[in-house]
Design a protein around this ligand. Sequence first.
Ligand code: COA
Length: 333
Amino acid sequence: MGPTAVVTGVGGALPPRVVTNHELAQRLDTSDEWIRTRTGIRQRHVVEAGTSTGDLATEAGSRAMKQAGLDSVDLVVVATTTPDRLCPATAPTVASRMGLVGASAFDVSAVCSGFVYALQTATTAIAAGTAESAVVIGAESFSTLLDPEDRSTVAIFGDGAGALALRAGDRSEDGAVLDFDTGSDGSLRDLITVPGGGAEQRASGRPPAIGDTYFRMEGQPVFKHAVRQMSETSLKVLGTSGWAVEEVDWFVGHQANMRILRAVAGRLGIDSDRAVSNIERVGNTAAASIPLALSDSAAEGRLGRGDRVLLAAFGGGATWGAATLTWPELPPL
Ligand code: COA
């Protein structure tokens, strides 16, 4: 087998402003009890004026590079649903701000599956020898996309960023990124969507209808598809890696909803104490959720050297994906 990507650093970033369920309940027809019992979320972080996705991405990416002891990388991939601008991509600006002028840099758009897709893209580049090192970032200012009056989305989503630094290495090393399974079903595109503001609406010649530039989600079908696809994609990648479910030390699922995470872990037969979760504190941070969960778990000392880690996500598109990796020994920051 040829080279693969090896994790050498991890980083996270959260905007300082915290919005609790109680605060939301003061302005929306909701309650702390409803949000906690239906989603497992108690609070989320949100950006304030002056901060956006690129700022969070730069902070998380810089932390991962610092831990890796890297001054430069060949490739910067930013997974995001909330790029700073429709054009150009956010990644080149982030790369420049990280002192990486000259690096290949582009965005990946796969909503909540974005980080798995971005990690696959960077790993493939390293395996092909077109990059020796990379930083893969998931970053969102998701709150900027939400209808402030929509209790069903405002209660769920939050802002943040997470990142992994990668270098070329061997599959037998601790920290090796091993295998992927990814897929999509575009017939489900209306379940998670921002219908206005894109080429489809502009080419129609009609201005966006009121509310069309806000994020919309059909929660119940999304819930069912998320449970099914996250379970199936996990089993496929476990099969590719030749890992039995019992051999997985940590399941790091996209932090969509605590009930989705429990249902997927239950279907896979993974005990809840092996399922990583930070959704209570940060909510659903879309493309940032998996790397932010990795960053938080690493900071808490939960992930140990050589631990077998399974990542799985489901997102708009619909898209889904899973990955296997082992955890490296990382220097304290
Ligand atoms: N507070 C109070 N009531 C709320 C609410 C809130 N924050 N959000 C929705 N409701 C209401 C709905 O309006 C609905 O009211 P109605 O019956 O009068 O129409 C009622 O609660 C039930 O809504 P329903 O959608 O059936 O609730 P649910 O148990 O499915 O939970 C979600 C809603 C959104 C939490 C849940 O469907 C979910 O988590 N879906 C997946 C979301 C997700 O993971 N998205 C990202 C995937 S990548």
